[in-house]
Design a protein around this ligand. Structure first.
Ligand code: NDP
Length: 322
């Protein structure tokens, strides 16, 4: 078992910023990359709202810069995923897919993941190249000149729909109500786009599929359409599409900590307001895993900084650093 003063879990903007400050404070942090190294920004294109990049920067490039920056100050990055966390006694014990580690302080920056509709096949088809996705930037290219649908009424749905019009011949925006949750600016942009057709008051109840042969002769099940239900009248209708993008929000990645830490009703880690302190002294949470309001790269980075400073104060208060 290897012991470290500080272990950080997750490598989005929150985790990397915590690592940056902790390494510059000589805490020799170890950061676990997890199953999505670089976090959600690695599946976006242009980031125009992170200060310091007047012409914008690509999401993966920004995350790579953050990675290089923490390496420069001596952070150890482990390409392992934590699968078990024992926070019941000190030092805390974290088990990865390779080994078990102990730590005096833990910073949780595990972020949030895209939600699925929960209907038969949506997540399976996304894993198996079946034409269902939660990331327009990653998969939009496969839908050149095709008719596709996006589900959701928030900023993500409208952003994805607008982006997808670069490839698709038509994008249906399916929303379960007749009012969007998205910001006015995003709505205006989407309403002006002649390739986007809004489908109001509809929920997707099932996905129709067809089996296609690949060039290697393998059978692949792909989406061929959707069954929709009118949320006002209950009427069922069909929509022919060759792709479906699910953009209905995110769930915090807190399953590892649900027995040890206090979570809110949506599963986000509760921190003492204005801090990154969880209900366990020495365990801190930053970024989207504790923030369902702002969820921005810059706010995540800010809370990562707070977590590192609070970690240093904590370690000092128990006599583990000067
Ligand atoms: P939101 O939670 O804001 O929106 C989710 C949307 O999906 C809602 O319209 C909701 O409907 C709908 N929805 C939820 N569950 C279902 C379901 N089971 N079936 C059908 N529809 C469903 O999530 P977003 O990911 O859009 O945004 C998250 C945060 O990130 C927001 O704060 C947003 O402003 C921000 N963001 C900012 C961007 C930017 O500024 N560039 C870009 C993207 C996101 P209903 O409205 O009926 O509840």
């Amino acid at each position: 078992m290897t012991h470290h003063k500080v272990i950080i879990i997750g490598t989005g903007p929150a985790g990397y910023t915590a690592a940056l400050y902790a390494s510059r404070a000589n805490l020799a942090p170890v950061i676990f990359e997890g199953s999505q190294p670089g976090g959600q920004l690695t599946i976006t294109t242009e980031v125009d709202n992170f200060p310091g990049f007047k012409n914008g920067i690509l999401g993966p490039e920004l995350m790579n810069e953050m990675r290089e920056q923490v390496l420069r100050f001596g952070t150890t990055i482990l390409t392992e995923t934590i699968i078990k966390a024992d926070l019941s006694s000190k030092p805390f014990a974290l088990t990865s897919d390779k080994s078990t580690y102990t730590a005096d302080a833990v910073v949780i920056a595990t972020g949030a993941s895209a939600k699925w509709l929960g209907i038969k096949k949506d997540e399976e088809l996304s894993r198996e190249g079946g034409g269902v996705s939660a990331c327009a930037t990653c998969d939009g290219f496969f839908f050149k000149n095709k008719e596709i649908a996006v589900v959701g009424g928030g900023d993500t749905a409208l952003e994805e729909a607008t982006y997808l019009t670069k490839f698709a011949s038509k994008v249906y925006l399916i929303h379960r109500r007749d009012k969007l949750r998205a910001s006015k600016a995003m709505q205006d942009r989407a309403f002006k786009n002649s390739k986007i057709q809004f489908v109001w008051n509809q929920e997707v109840i099932s996905i129709d599929t067809q089996v296609h042969k690949t060039t290697q002769g393998m059978d692949v099940e792909k989406i061929s359409g959707l069954q929709l239900k009118d949320t006002q009248t209950g009427r069922i209708s069909s929509l022919l599409v060759e792709g479906l993008f699910v953009a209905i929000g995110h769930s915090p990645n807190t399953s590892l900590f649900k027995d040890a830490l206090t979570l809110d009703e949506s599963g986000y880690i509760r921190v003492t307001p204005g801090t990154t302190k969880t209900n366990i002294p020495g365990v801190f949470a930053c970024g989207d895993v504790q923030d369902k309001v702002f969820r921005q790269a810059i706010t995540a980075a800010g809370s990562g900084c707070m977590a590192a400073i609070e970690t240093e104060h904590y370690l000092s208060s128990i006599g583990l650093v000067d």
